[in-house]
Ligand binder design. Structure first.
Ligand code: FES
Ligand code: MG
Length: 596
């Protein structure tokens, strides 16, 4: 057993700076930090040492302005009586990292756990923004359980092109269709895409970034109003200062993540997710955070708690507006205010402000109803997820808000018919197979088809890729069919508006029945009963498994091999399973052994 020391009510950093039983070690721990001007008296003054987990860098443009914001965080920490230490987090950029940033969420998690646990830190500011940065930071803070506060980076300003709003991601999917249909050329395509990135900040649609930052606020992990402030606004830098100032007091109050992220807080996050029409990626990340903080949460909780909640926020991709509009309309506090008044939230959930959710919302003015609608006149009566099951998988999700009247009219033309429809499967083994064959006329793809993609889950890809939102063949677009239902064991971009059944678990690569599906099979989708079934007798399914040869899964890096050896499925958060048993490190494991 390694000898561990426990702090007795004092700061854990004192076990480094003021190691009473071992003055030589104290000197060794202090010495190197003096080389840029810190003084022993300063470090031994009993002031909280606050980490700033820096997710911004040149590889992560979405979070890059955190490099500048950190100066205001440091000002706040100093004025609050703490001492700041900024350090880097493994880069997590959604569009640039191959094969997918999802592979690296757990790598950043592991790295951050080691830093938060192994260095003399009493609290931490988590700088978040791009999709996976928020869950990577929150899962690590949950595991270690030192006082932690989220500073969102904020969305980019609204983009415009020809006077129309260009939303991040969404404009890419929409313009791809126009390019495929011959309505625009490549230069125009590029101009539209560039127009959607007009400033520093993360995606300005309600994609995964803005969704996860909004849910961090709904969980109580950021100061009220933090999530929606656009990245370049002065209020963003002011929020950085306030966040740094506040975390020092949180250390003195011992307000840890486990005191904030309770079951009530997660239910509040689920309700908020429905109201903002959050990305389909958020159940994965929120379920992962819940597991690391020891709160049991499943997709069934999402359906039970979230499916009757109205969509209030009229933001792309589900609605019209963008992040700047969301902020001006009142942001997350305005949404929560309406939800609380309608009795949908646990108002007594504690937050990092030191006040309850209801106390934070006291005095928040009503929202601009164009952008954030009232509960009695919502964008859609029901948000949330439909959690589906059947003989192809145990669990998959479909965003309720994509089951539009148009969708129903196309597949259920006779009013009063139950919402059950049958589709012909077109099956692709990953995105390379899809790109190579989607235009193949032999497949005879028409509007009675469902596009299926497999081997794209956590183990198959590896990491689970955002590839389930598949575009339809150009010939179909030219006939006016812009989207088909899709199904897969991967994910889809939170900025996509496609009617997809995704995150199917178990994935094909671990024996899910998607593996034995063939092009031409009939699939029945039953929306009322939330079922998706391939219309094959059990004997046929068994016979196909008997002759099944699994595809070889090649690991290209050591991390891919480690990841595949321990990652779970998407319905349980895609966590490193071996990591989940490590809970509340500062209280269950004490202080790590000395370094020398
Ligand atoms: Fe980074 Fe959307 S790609 S926030
Ligand atoms: Mg994405």
């Amino acid at each position: 057993m390694p000898p561990t020391k426990r702090t007795t009510g004092g700061l854990r950093s004192q076990a480094w700076w003021d190691n009473a039983g071992n003055p030589e070690m104290t000197a060794l721990y202090l010495e190197r930090f003096l080389n840029y001007g810190l003084t022993p008296a300063e470090l031994q003054s009993g002031r909280p040492i606050i980490g700033i987990a820096q997710t911004g860098n040149d590889l992560v443009p979405c979070n890059r302005h955190h490099l500048a914001l950190a100066d205001r965080v440091k000002d706040g920490i100093r004025d609050g009586g703490g001492i700041p230490f900024e350090f880097p987090v493994h880069p997590l950029q959604e569009t640039g990292k191959r094969p997918t940033a999802a592979l690296d969420r757990n790598l950043a998690y592991l790295g951050l756990v080691e830093v938060l646990y192994g260095y003399p830190l009493d609290g931490v500011v988590l700088t978040t923004g791009c999709d996976k940065t928020t869950p990577a930071c929150l899962t690590a803070a949950a595991t270690v359980n030192i006082p932690a506060i989220v500073l969102s980076g904020g969305p980019m300003l609204n983009g415009y092109h020809d006077g129309m709003r260009t939303g991040s991601g969404l404009v890419i999917w929409q313009s791809k269709r126009l390019l495929a249909g011959g309505q625009i050329d490549y230069d125009e395509y590029m101009a539209r895409v560039a127009a959607s990135a007009p400033s520093i900040g993360h995606c300005n649609t309600m994609g995964t970034a803005l969704s996860m930052n909004s849910l961090a606020e709904a969980l109580g992990m950021s100061l009220p109003g933090c999530a929606a402030i656009p990245a370049p606004y002065r209020e963003r830098a002011q929020m950085a200062y306030d966040t740094g100032h506040r975390v020092v007091a949180m250390v003195r109050e011992d307000l840890t993540p486990r005191k904030v992220m309770t079951r009530q807080a997660f239910e509040n996050a689920i309700v908020c997710a429905s109201a903002i029409a959050a990305s389909t990626n958020v159940p994965i990340h929120i379920n992962a955070i819940a597991r690391h903080v020891g709160v049991p949460l499943s997709n069934h909780d999402w359906q039970r708690v979230g499916s009757d909640i109205p969509v209030l926020v009229n933001l792309a991709p589900a609605g019209e507006f963008l992040g700047e509009d969301f902020y001006r309309a009142g942001g997350v506090p305005a949404v929560l205010r309406s939800l609380l008044a309608a009795g949908h939230l646990h108002g007594d959930a504690m937050t990092v402000s030191g006040r309850t959710l209801a106390e934070n919302l006291d005095g928040v003015p009503p929202a601009d109803p164009q952008v954030i609608r009232p509960c009695h006149d919502p964008v859609a009566a029901r948000g949330g997820l439909l959690v589906m099951s059947g003989n192809l998988f145990d669990s998959a999700v479909m965003k309720t808000s994509v089951i539009t009247d148009d969708f129903r009219a196309r597949y259920l033309p006779r009013p009063g018919d139950p919402p059950v429809f049958e589709l012909r499967a077109i099956v692709f083994d990953g995105p390379e197979d899809y790109h190579a064959h989607i235009e193949d006329p032999e497949l005879g793809i028409d509007q009675d088809c469902i596009l299926v993609i497999r081997y794209t889950g956590p183990i198959g890809y590896p990491g689970s890729a955002e590839v389930v939102n598949m575009e339809v063949p150009a010939a179909l677009i030219q006939r006016g069919v812009n989207a088909l239902p899709t199904l897969g064991d991967g994910r889809q971009s939170g900025t996509s508006d496609a009617p997809s059944i995704l995150n199917a678990s178990p994935e094909a690569a671990v024996g899910g029945n998607l593996a034995i599906l063939r092009t031409g099979d009939r699939i029945r989708v039953d929306l009322d009963n939330a079922r998706v079934d391939v219309l094959l007798p059990d004997e046929e399914i068994a016979a196909r498994w008997a002759e099944y040869t699994p595809p070889a899964l090649e690991n290209q890096t050591p991390w891919q091999e480690i990841y595949r050896s321990t990652v779970g499925q998407l319905d349980s958060g895609g966590c490193l399973e071996l990591a989940v048993s490590y809970q509340d490190l500062v209280h269950t494991k004490g202080i790590p052994r000395d370094s020398h």
